[in-house]
Design a protein around this ligand. Structure first.
Ligand code: 5GP
Length: 179
């Protein structure tokens, strides 16, 4: 497979190989399983971007667990409220549950912040986040990112579930935008 891919008008270079991604996710899964020993966490996978991360993390998670899928829909609010993010697809009763949110990437933290607020209403026992990718240079929020598979600089990436305008989610490796 070529090291360079073109999506729409942009070109991306191979950044992290699938083998390294999956190894890192496997060790993260073992870490989480050790932390949640004796508990039955509910993994909440945030679509669309986290489907590959979710599959690989759960494949390597050895403890008892459940998984469900949610989506954050953005719509324009009033001039004062700006963009509003609504949580859709939460069918489980999460009251008293140990929830682990699975994200593809944490950038500014706006998405994860909106999720924490939306989940808190349902009174879970605890909420933590596990993300495939984390950009600490871009992160603007106070909440700690509990579990990170891979920390990256503030550059745009695609592949392994992440898209550029709808394309690239199927790429097995992670690619970085060539400036
Ligand atoms: P945040 O709300 O933390 O700023 O951004 C989270 C969302 O922005 C992600 O779920 C993703 O959709 C998008 N995003 C941020 N950085 C990247 C990136 O480097 N590549 C892609 N494909 N999406 C990104």
């Amino acid at each position: 497979m070529s090291n360079v891919v073109s999506l729409h008008d942009k070109t991306f270079d191979l950044y992290i190989h699938q083998k390294d991604i999956v190894e890192t996710i496997a060790s993260l899964a073992h870490r989480i399983a050790a932390d949640y020993a004796g508990k039955r966490p509910l993994f909440l996978s945030v679509l669309n971007g986290s489907f590959m991360f979710t599959a690989d993390l759960l494949r390597h998670y050895t403890g008892e667990c459940e998984v469900s899928f949610v989506k954050l829909a953005s719509y324009e609010g009033t001039a004062t409220t700006g963009t509003i993010k609504e949580l859709i697809g939460l069918n489980e009763n999460i009251k008293g549950r140990h929830v682990i949110v699975l994200e593809d990437i944490v950038d500014t933290g706006n998405t994860i912040d909106a999720l924490f607020a939306a989940l808190a209403i349902h009174e879970p026992a605890s909420v933590k986040v596990a993300t495939l990718l984390y950009k600490p240079e871009a992160y603007e929020k106070a909440h700690p990112i509990d579990y990170t598979a891979i920390t990256i600089p503030n550059k745009f990436v695609v592949g392994f579930g992440l898209d550029y305008d709808g394309l690239g989610r199927n790429l097995p490796n992670i690619y970085q935008l060539i400036q």
